[in-house]
Design a protein around this ligand. Sequence first.
Ligand SMILES: Nc1ncnc2c1ncn2[C@@H]1O[C@H](COP(=O)(O)OP(=O)(O)OP(=O)(O)O)[C@@H](O)[C@H]1O
Ligand SMILES: [Mg+2]
Length: 507
Amino acid sequence: MNMQMVELEATGIVKRFGSLVANDHIDLKVVRGEVHAVMGENGAGKSTLMSILYGMQAPDQGSILLRGQGVRFRSALDAIDHGMGMVHQAFKLFNSLSVWENVVYGREPVRGISLDRRASMAKVADLAERFRLKIDPSARVGDLSVGVRQRVEILKALYRDARILILDEPTAVLTPPERDGLFDVIRTLKADDRTILFVTHKLHEVMAITDSVTVLRHGRVTERMATRETTPADIIRAMTGRVVNLTVERAPAAPGALVLDVEGLTIGTGPKPVVDRLDLKVRGGEIVGIAGVAGNGQTELIEALTGLRRPDAGRVTLAGQDVTQADVATHRAAGLAYVPEDRAVTGTARGASAADNLLMGYQRQQPFAKGFRLDGKAIAEHARRLIARFGVKIPDETVPVGTLSGGNLQKVVIARELTHQAPLLIAEQPTRGVDVGAIEFIHGELVAERDRGRAILLVSAELSEILALSDRILVMYEGRILADLPAGEADEDRLGLLMAGRVAEAA
Ligand SMILES: Nc1ncnc2c1ncn2[C@@H]1O[C@H](COP(=O)(O)OP(=O)(O)OP(=O)(O)O)[C@@H](O)[C@H]1O
Ligand SMILES: [Mg+2]
């Protein structure tokens, strides 16, 4: 980075969607070999800008210089030919194919007319090793974890010799150890003089891995700075124009009646069930957080508690009703609100309007149902209220949610599930992909719901979020609850030991 060669320079980029200006004369200058963060609130225009730089959309105005040469990409393939690579949030891989086949797909090496499998497989293995991408080229992609699939996407870009790699919220779906692995890969790429554009909402990541930051607000650049000359507070101010309170203010909980009662829950029939005779109680007026390394039964537990999966033994009682073998609709009717981890697949219908998405699952309740018909006016008013209150960036409630930015889609799901009066709320990764201002707001709302007497079960990969919100923290390990700590007795170190199963050291 000593020579300060400019790798990429975009000038005056404008992109409109109808009357909305998603990118409003954006200038971006990226130096070769640096990690350049792009930050901004949900809907600020980050993903739009990235998709323009990757040739997926054409800008309405503006120009792009790549290593000093003017370029005008006609497609993503064209951008790839110019050394651009991108890892999308939703991966574009074939699950039934191997890592190697995915990586070379569309670029199969040819010797005569037959494919030179061995040479290209060796090249893939070689690239993986060189960039510290721990991966088995012969593994089937469908069998891999999210973190490893992301490495396949990076490998695919490197196989096409990407000099600039765009990562749009790569850490949103990663566990903390997977994120550390990604940062190792980024450091080796940097050492090889590759350039990284890194979109994230997490300030600590910006401080840890990036060299410079460009901040967007309402489609415009508000600030450009060297990371070592700035602070998280400065970045937040440039993004939001205000001071954001990152600590959650809350009074001690006053737990009331038992809302969720789980006894001896078991999933799996072998000698080592995924969930193993688990007991769990959540009362009204308390937030119970579940901490644990991914893969210790949390996913299966939540599936059983929401009706997505039938347990093999044990009993689940929700607001006094036995729902052990009940389906999703019956759980909802018994008093469950649920913010799923995967909002794009199970949380929303992309082609449907925001109003319909804000109603989904609750259309039979008052005041939306009038006899057998739906009351369109009540539904629209309800939607407009929630859009305003949760700050969803959308032209109006009739717009399909498929065009919303990632964080705004998350706000739609949160708004729907928080505002229906179910006695139990299960929230999985409630602030994944939302900006700092929205995190502050959602945390405040969760505490307010607790104080109104709701029982809340929180699952989050962010230990800081578990610690900030929970009144009690349960640590899950190998299908069991290993510890049940009052909030005051938990800290990151102790939870870390418990999550690794090291009970004696954590005592
Ligand atoms: N194809 C589209 N049609 C209509 N509007 C769109 C389209 N793509 C993006 N938008 C709008 O452009 C704005 C910017 O969206 P973009 O996805 O770039 O935001 P972002 O900064 O990536 O936000 P987030 O942090 O939530 O991912 C949003 O208001 C979004 O709704
Ligand atoms: Mg985005």
